[in-house]
Design a protein around this ligand. Sequence first.
Ligand code: DHB
Ligand code: FE
Length: 288
Amino acid sequence: MAQMIGGIFTSHVPAIGAAIAKGLQQDPYWKPFFDGFIPVHKWLAAQRPDVAIMFYNDHGLNFFLDKLPTFAVGAAAKYQNADEGWGLPLFRPCQGDTDLSWHIIETLVAHEFDITTCQDLLIDHALSIPLELAWPDHTGDFPVRIVPIAINTVQHPLPSPKRALALGRAVHAAVQSWASDAKVVVFGTGGLSHQLDGERAGHMNPDYDRFCMDNLAADPDALTLHSSLDIVDLAGSQGIEILNWIAARGAMGDGVHEISRNYHIPISNTAAATMLLQTDAVRLLAQA
Ligand code: DHB
Ligand code: FE
């Protein structure tokens, strides 16, 4: 049986990608953010997941306002990074896990989620930057195969936090029923509070961010008490990327605890956060 071992949650600000490309990890502006990945690197070296299911939002690279699926699942054998307009250098491609992709797709449809299936999908900064943050050794390929799951956080009407959590929980059921001995980690990317444009550009809300971080491990349902529009109000129009975190947390199942967190405000226009959560499966695997 496949094992869900943990979750990595991180902001995906494009400027982080530029800092990686320029090697600025020890620069005083960047160090407090990059240092949040030290426990993540230790954990990944010890746990060695085989597959990463990545909840993120596409920023106009595959889906623009003319066609925007609410939930889309990648089912490609390989994912190439492309630049949707930030001028970032191209990041490494990543292998897909088509077996898990199709198992997730079938499970989600069986759970009555009407998803879009993508056998051809480019990955943008919201996927590439978290991968580069988690596995910064640029000399080789990423040591995981990925399954990308894109959530619409861009165009209204947005899915509700309740629906995002239910989507994640259905993905958890898929992992639990996947005939594989793979170790699976999930990623939730984006957030925390930020607004890039309009009258409230630069809006951040540390109180709401703390509420999210404090409840993510033990009580993710608490994050569904606000509607998506409430969250836009609280966290900014891009702060709704917390939907990716909520879905990823749902995919971890029950029995989850926090290993580390880092909150650094601001990076660009964003209250930047990194969290590492672990499931009880890790302890059970160690005892087996
Ligand atoms: C920024 C944050 C994002 O989540 C994003 O997708 C683009 C830009 C920013 O703060 O600059
Ligand atoms: Fe974003």
